[in-house]
Design a protein around this ligand. Structure first.
Ligand SMILES: [Zn+2]
Ligand SMILES: [Zn+2]
Length: 153
């Protein structure tokens, strides 16, 4: 008999056509203040929490996918526009969902801030969470050096 995995987290878009499940507790819950995350969400920052790619599944509908750079894609609902995910095109990278699209966002308290170089001066948010600039982590420098951004400005 096939083992049926039980979702730990479920979520989806505003209109309900696109749904997803995480089969582990959300990992590395963070906000990213970078300009791409601001533009992609239309918000002041993206709030994301992840799971290993094998522990994530779309469970209803088919999202639109936008390659915001040559290194990463973002999924959204084609009908209602809800930003749903962010993931780097690396096999071992986590698949991130937007915390606000989770059915229970309380499950993913923010642990870290990324893209701090673009944090808006008047955003006072999770100030005690450790903060990092984009590409600051030396392990990621080579990866980011190859990035070509598709954002218009
Ligand atoms: Zn929708
Ligand atoms: Zn970002």
């Amino acid at each position: 008999m096939n083992e049926v995995k039980a979702p730990v987290v479920t979520g989806g878009c505003q209109c309900g056509k696109v749904r997803y499940a995480l089969y582990v507790k959300p990992e590395n819950a963070h906000v990213c203040h970078c300009r791409m995350c601001q533009r992609a969400t239309g918000g002041l920052f993206a709030a994301l929490a992840g799971a290993p790619k094998a522990a994530f599944a779309w469970t209803a509908g088919e999202p639109g996918i936008y390659a915001s750079s040559n290194l990463a894609t973002r999924a959204y609902c084609r009908d209602c526009g809800t930003p749903l995910s962010f993931s780097y095109d690396l096999p071992d990278a986590r698949f991130y969902v937007t915390i606000g699209s989770m059915d229970d966002p309380e499950l993913a308290p923010i642990e870290k801030q990324f893209g701090i170089e673009s944090r808006l001066s008047w955003v006072k948010f999770c100030d005690d969470a450790p903060a990092e600039k984009t590409g600051e982590d030396p392990k990621a420098a080579t990866f980011f050096a190859t990035m070509r951004i598709n954002q218009s400005s």
